[in-house]
Write a protein that binds this ligand. Sequence first.
Ligand code: SAM
Length: 455
Amino acid sequence: MKIEDFKSLLREQMEELEIERLVAALDQGAQPTSIRVNPHKPYPAPEGREVEWCGWGRHLDERPSFTRDGLFQAGAYYVQEAASMFVGHILRSALGEEIPAGLRVLDMCAAPGGKSTLYSSIVGDRGLVVANEVIRNRALTLADNALRWGVGNMVVTSNDPSHFASSLVEWFDVVAVDAPCSGEGMFRKSEESRENWSLDNVRLCAARQRRIMADAWESLRPGGLFIYSTCTFNRDENESNMEWLCQEFECERVSVECPEEWGIVRTEAAEAECFHFYPHRTEGEGLFAAVVRKGGEGGRRRNPKARRNPFGEVEPKQRKVLAAMLEGSAEDWHFATIGESLYGYRRELWEDVRCVSEQMSVLFSGVKMGEIFGKKFKPDHSLALSKWLRRESFPCYELSEEELQRYLHREELGCVSELTEGVNLLLWRGCPVGFIKRIGGRTNTMLPKEFRIFI
Ligand code: SAM
């Protein structure tokens, strides 16, 4: 990376002294650590100082081993950059006190899921988050994180943005584009982002971002909110893109509360309100975020015609058994099969989930209840980690620290005699972390291979 090229772009937006302070923070600054707790899983996550713009966010003074923490593995909190949590503040600020029921959010560039899980917490049980990631292996990680979060209001898809533009036209109330970028805000965290940076790459990123923005815009209903973010500083990928968007499409201003003491630098780009997080001013890495409202009339379009139906029916007898494993009454739930697997959906979300599943390539949705083998039902890890699980459905066993580590490593626990014959729900500090099956004198772990840890 040529530092002079980097500074030349910064000169378009800040004074020389400020540039020196920013570069020094990127070179020497300590890497901050922050987490965001899951409001649906109130277990004892690491304590810290509250992030100013996110009530669920905590700045930590040291970095514990998250991988070995059962509460992290069970989705009781997410490790997220403090600045990134600001997109949630934008959404809340724009929506006002009451979050409307039935909100549909599309997070177009979602892996690994930091912002999607935040949107999931904000829209709550009665809203839906479609978290999309075009790169397949990144989408699988996103699906694992949605499963861990366990709210049941997420659909993870893996499609190109153009697919949304043609298939779910004006269907979403909120569309977020957290675009792939030149990553200047990550210079402190990753040597790779420094090595890959060049003026040419900035130009390439800006052009790609516009393509993604244009496609994402098509999926947003008139009157809906468009939230754009990058983790880079330069104007080309940020304000210039927002100016371009406002030139191409009808955009309206959105007011966002942002007290000066937060240290965030506000700018404007046509109708867009813009926010810069610089590591020498705020505790966190770099971030740019902007918001506009889509102009025009008409509201949401009706659901498009189905391309395919991936779902099968579940028999009434089976529905009763499944409903008994979940909180709420049987009427609150819709059950469906996808292949051999059984899924549960909150009744009020079902039509929306179905519509997305008929159009898109879905990797995960709702609560995966389990699979049927002959007459036997094998509960899924998603059910153990779901906030909707009715605990009394399974005998519970509270793990010791040593047993937890064995479980996370997919090793024998060594406590067979204390488990009940059949499937047991394992808890760590009261929080469900997964299932295990006792068969006589031995156990079968039910922790999926992809959740196994190696440290
Ligand atoms: N929103 C995520 C979070 O908060 O955890 C981070 C998203 S990251 C900044 C940008 C994502 O865009 C990456 O996961 C990347 O794979 C994806 N991406 C790359 N090229 C893309 C493209 N052409 N269209 C859409 N997404 C793309």
